[in-house]
Design a protein around this ligand. Structure first.
Ligand code: PMP
Length: 285
């Protein structure tokens, strides 16, 4: 299985600080600030037939995420987009996942690293369905408050609570964890936004302390085009039982139906099916 090949033992080309390097040589020093202090941001993108879906939005979010961590990525939107397109072409891919990442280098160690160099890399690889038969269980950790962390940045550090929560869910036999926010409202999974279908309307949490996913925004537009009411609001975990359908959205996850939350099963209903069809048409059409 391709996924069992370690990511540093593959072949191809990775764009690294402005040039293409052989995949296995795309290394960094162990004394990198990004590794020790999580001064690191990244993106997750998908290309369909060689074209990255919402490339501009993702590239801008990468730059904005860096600014939220106090650093400026030393490439323009255009340079990053050209590098992305070229990485896909050089690796001979057309349907693939794209992972840009930016981090503080090894010029300084310690909490402060104002003079460190900002590094950027872009890797691409084939990545199939992110979830299969998705069942959720409550997460170990909650999404932090906006006063406690740069919650709108796709910052590596924020994924610490996601990995811990996802590992705990997997250990219990579930596909992912359902994260609440700091107030106890439903937030998202560890890597995707969540939608409930209640009596024909879409209900989704207000993204005030987690990513307003690019897929989430796309699905809201698709629903509105179909005349499906969309209600963004705070959702209590008790309300999940009232939903007839539940699905999650994300670049990797695309639109994935939730089959169960703990012991409560959910059907893949008509609203989810319609939105999946519309999303497929939009991305593959
Ligand atoms: N929340 C989290 C924690 C994520 O990692 C992702 C994936 N980037 C999302 C939501 C969905 O964002 P998007 O649709 O922009 O990929």
């Amino acid at each position: 299985m391709a996924d069992l090949i370690p990511y540093d033992a593959r072949d191809g080309w990775i764009w690294y600080d402005g040039e293409f390097v052989p995949w296995r040589e795309a290394k960094l020093h162990v004394l990198s600030h990004g590794l020790h202090y999580a001064s690191c941001v990244f993106e997750g993108e998908r290309a369909y037939k060689g074209r990255v879906f919402k490339l501009r939005e993702h590239t801008q979010r990468l730059i904005d995420s860096g600014r939220m961590l106090g650093f400026e990525i030393p490439y323009s939107v255009q340079q990053l987009e050209e590098a992305t397109v070229e990485a896909i072409r050089r690796n001979g891919l057309s349907d693939c996942y794209v992972r840009p990442v930016a981090w503080r280098g090894s010029e300084q160690m310690g909490v402060s690293a104002q003079r460190s160099k900002i590094h950027v890399a872009i890797a691409v690889w084939e990545w199939g369905a992110y979830y299969t038969d998705l069942r959720l269980t409550p997460a170990l950790y909650r999404r932090p408050a906006p006063e406690c962390a740069p919650v709108h940045s796709k910052a590596a550090g924020l994924y610490m609570i996601c990995t811990l929560s996802k590992h705990a869910a997997e250990a219990k036999g579930f596909g992912d964890a359902l994260m609440l926010d700091y107030r106890g409202y439903v937030a998202e999974t560890t890597g995707a936004n969540i939608f409930l279908v209640i009596d024909g309307a879409l209900h989704t949490p207000i993204p005030d302390c987690f990513l307003n996913g690019i897929t989430r925004q796309t699905v809201i537009e698709l629903a509105k085009k179909r005349g499906i009411p969309v209600i963004e609001r705070h959702i209590l975990p008790e309300e999940l039982a009232r939903a007839q359908e539940i699905f999650v959205t994300g670049t990797a996850a695309e639109i994935t139906p939730v089959r169960a939350i703990e012991d409560t099963p959910y059907q893949v209903g008509p609203v989810t099916r319609t939105l999946i069809d519309d999303f497929l048409a939009l991305t593959r059409g």
